[in-house]
Design a protein around this ligand. Structure first.
Ligand code: ADE
Length: 410
């Protein structure tokens, strides 16, 4: 199959835009960042939503906005606080970029979020998609967006059968989304009668009752269609507002599009972690700058060969040079990140080469709770027994031996 969208694209645009705007008016989810027009709040939501699902992001965004309600607060927050607010979202470069960008806004824009598109794009961590989302949602500018969801929606509607990661196809998709948002910007309103308060709230009315622009609504309708209807597997075509315009639907190509080349195969990796407790304190270390999960906390650990098996042949030294004795299985954590399928076998242990090693910190349970841990190691912490209140017993007992848990992503 080889279909090129450019032929019928011109004809389809007005129809698509009208239908999408009207559908969004009645089907948009009531998301907290849709109740504000504050560019800072919208930027934080877009940063969190890169790589992360809406339902996961909501409580993180709400907590962030409570704790760091302004650009200045984000610029001045300690790295520990920032990482704690992002803990569990992954891809921590995002949060470090948010702070760098906040500091740039203070230094170069007097603390006001820039409205100029090139200034937005110049902020650390802000690419063409995020700049387009902020410019259209916060500032009503007809700027296009293209992310994985929108690629899926557009390749299906227009029957684009080439790989969207190829330069030419990618440029074609940006051209289409640009046309859509430009057309939307010329429509003043698709509403026949004055909108109800509920409708205004759903589609981005702010507290002052100001209605989201059609650029904002068009871009968010593409995201929303990709999230709710035009899903990767089993799309709900019967509910789609533009199904009559969709090439994939007419030709039965939904499962084939987007036509992404073969994905990298998953790689299995195995680690051993050591949980050492002394008088209610646990040995942990902080990952250095410049490595994966930089600045996050973890238990001492070491990577072992993927084929290494069985606790009976446990390695007793971690990668920082700590040595352990009395090593006993505690729990097995499964964790997936990008293309890695990680197995982390946590063991209780005693420290052999006690005091001399640098880099280790002995922290109490409450201190551990205040540090940001990498996701896999946070799952080890979650296996600790609840702290006892009784002062007569050790306040921090580990659960005895091997509980085996799977990947418990919420
Ligand atoms: N994904 C990315 N940005 C989004 C937004 N503003 N609303 C819903 N989902 C999104």
């Amino acid at each position: 199959m080889a279909v090129h969208a450019t032929g019928n694209q011109q004809h389809a645009v007005p129809n698509l835009v009208t239908k999408l705007l009207s559908w969004f008016s009645t089907h948009a989810r009531d998301l907290p960042w849709r109740r504000t027009r504050d560019p800072y709040a919208i930027w934080i939501s877009e940063s969190m939503l890169q790589q992360t699902q809406v339902k996961t992001v909501i409580p993180y965004w709400e907590r962030w906005m409570r704790e760091l309600p302004t650009i200045r607060a984000a610029a001045q927050a300690s790295p520990g606080k920032l990482h704690k607010l992002w803990e569990g979202l992954g891809y921590y470069t995002r949060v470090r970029n948010v702070q760098k960008a906040a500091q740039q806004i203070i230094a170069q824009h007097e603390g006001r979020f820039p409205e100029n598109f090139d200034d937005i794009l110049a902020l650390p961590g802000v690419g063409r998609y995020t700049a387009g989302a902020i410019a259209s949602i916060a500032f009503h500018q007809p700027r296009p967006i293209l992310d994985g969801n929108v690629v899926r929606v557009l390749t299906r509607i227009f029957g684009i059968t080439t790989d969207p990661r190829e330069k030419k196809t990618n440029a074609q998709l940006w051209r289409i989304t640009e046309e859509l948002v430009h057309y939307a910007s010329r429509i003043t309103s698709t509403l026949r009668s004055p909108p109800s308060a509920e409708l205004l709230r759903r589609t981005g009315a702010t507290e002052d009752g100001h209605h989201a622009s059609s650029c904002s609504r068009l871009n968010q309708s593409l995201m929303e269609l990709g999230a709710l209807i035009c899903t990767p597997r089993s799309p709900r075509c019967e509910l789609c507002p533009v199904n009559h315009l969709c090439v994939a639907r007419h030709r039965g190509w939904q499962a084939e599009l987007p036509k992404i080349g073969r994905r990298e195969t998953a790689t299995a990796r195995r680690f051993i972690a050591f949980v050492v407790e002394r008088r209610g304190r646990f040995l942990v270390r902080q990952r250095p700058a410049g490595v994966v999960n930089a600045h996050l906390w973890e238990f001492p650990n070491v990577e072992i060969g993927a084929r290494h098996s069985g606790p009976q042949r446990v390695v007793t030294a971690d990668s920082a040079g700590f040595h352990f004795t009395e090593v006993k299985p505690f729990t097995i954590i499964k964790h997936s990140i990008t293309r890695y399928r990680i197995t982390l076998a946590a063991h209780r242990a005693e420290l052999a080469n006690s005091r001399s090693k640098p880099g280790g910190h002995w922290l109490s349970r409450s201190q551990l709770a205040r540090r940001a841990f990498s996701s896999a190691h946070k799952k080890i912490l979650a296996q600790f027994e609840p702290e006892r209140r009784s002062p007569t017993r050790s306040a921090s007992k580990l659960r005895p031996v091997t509980s085996r848990i799977g990947d418990r992503r919420s």
